[in-house]
Design a protein around this ligand. Structure first.
Ligand SMILES: NC(=O)c1ccc[n+]([C@@H]2O[C@H](COP(=O)([O-])OP(=O)(O)OC[C@H]3O[C@@H](n4cnc5c(N)ncnc54)[C@H](O)[C@@H]3O)[C@@H](O)[C@H]2O)c1
Length: 326
């Protein structure tokens, strides 16, 4: 019998890409997300449903019963639904805590009610804040600076607590490092730069543009997630999922986008001081990049898509400005 995976946030960037990957490997899937999000990605959702292996459940993770009903018949879960975006979460601090923490509690409760054996929890490299050590491995101290980071840390503790009380519910915590790809909203840096350049505008970097990150294409991220579903060694552990090789400053990313997408339009990287942006220097993380060696060793993670290739793919895709409303 094929494995049946419940994916919350299943209409989002990682969710839809994971669903496609798992279907091609023989899994059955239930995707759970907001109605507006599914309708934005209607064509891809229809293709998945037409495969016969995917069913759609519309709802919010804030509705405890809707999540519980939707997860019926599943044996694993990947919990991706969350409120994200630095500005959006800082502008709505309590709502961010509510959706991310109470929503996760509802999802974990649904896992217990449905006797789900394994839940993968989407956490974030944001939990490391401005790290004391780079590249960041899983043992580096967590010291998130933002409400989003704190909400993700709370969910990490929550899932560990659930496992203590319900030992049959195993977990894996994944800390994603800048996953990007086709279909991502233009609130994320790569899509944002590509959209501006396609619109004939200079890509803007805040501060001096020296902020350094590692960039992982979503196809590589989902390889890691599938390995976690399939390898018992992943149970009840924390993994960084990212691409340790594709590491760049913001300025370098912006320049790459110009060179690859519109080299002849006379565009240049525009430096915007923090005072003129919606970012605050105190919350900015300057240098954080990924040590993925644990995932390479234990999960066989082997990121293949370069940032250059990822930029080309995004330029050929539809880019939405913002998230779906809840
Ligand atoms: N992409 C990254 O770089 C990155 C980095 C760190 C962590 N993460 C985490 O990975 C997960 C997936 O991220 P993504 O990049 O696919 O983002 P995404 O925004 O594309 O997907 C998130 C999905 O959650 C859904 N959602 C939001 N609120 C919901 C609610 N109340 N009920 C049901 N669904 C809801 C959204 O509609 C969206 O489809 C998130 O938990 C995010 O915090 C992502």
């Amino acid at each position: 019998m094929s494995k049946h995976v419940f994916i919350t946030g299943g209409g989002g960037l990682i969710g839809l890409t994971l669903a496609r990957d798992l279907v091609s490997h023989g899994y059955k899937i239930t995707l759970f997300d907001l109605a507006e999000q599914f309708s934005r990605r209607q064509r891809e959702v229809d293709e998945l449903v037409a495969s016969g292996a995917v069913s759609i459940a519309i709802g919010t993770i804030m509705d405890r019963w809707a999540v519980t009903l939707a997860a019926q018949g599943c044996d694993s879960a990947v919990h991706l639904a969350a409120m994200l975006g630095v500005k959006r979460t800082e502008d709505n601090r309590l709502l961010c805590m509510d959706i991310n923490v109470n929503g996760t509690d509802n999802v974990l409760n649904a896992c217990v009610q449905n006797r789900i054996e394994h839940v993968i929890l989407a956490s974030s490299s944001e939990v490391y804040g401005e790290p004391t050590y780079n590249p960041v491995h899983e043992g580096v101290e967590t010291k998130g600076k933002t409400v989003y980071a704190v909400s993700k840390l709370a969910t990490e503790e929550l899932v560990k607590g659930y496992h203590q009380i319900h030992p049959d519910l195993n977990y894996t915590i994944v800390r994603f490092f800048n996953t990007y790809g086709e279909g991502q909203v233009a609130q994320f840096v790569v899509s944002k730069f590509v959209k501006r350049v396609l619109d004939g505008k200079n890509p803007q970097v805040y501060g001096d543009g020296s902020q350094t990150r590692s960039y992982c294409h979503v196809n590589d991220t989902v390889e890691g997630l599938r390995a976690i579903l399939e390898r018992p060694v992943a149970l009840n552990r924390v993994f960084n999922i990212g691409n340790s090789v594709e590491k760049f400053t913001l300025k370098e990313v912006a320049q790459k986008v110009i060179d690859l997408v519109a080299p002849d339009k006379g565009l240049s990287v525009e430096i915007v001081p923090f005072e003129e942006s919606d970012r605050t220097p105190e919350r900015e993380i300057i240098t954080r990049y990924c040590d993925n060696s644990l995932a390479v060793k234990e999960l066989g993670l082997n990121p293949k898509v370069s940032l250059d290739e990822g930029i080309r793919r995004i330029a050929a895709s539809v880019i939405h400005e913002d998230w779906a409303d809840r």
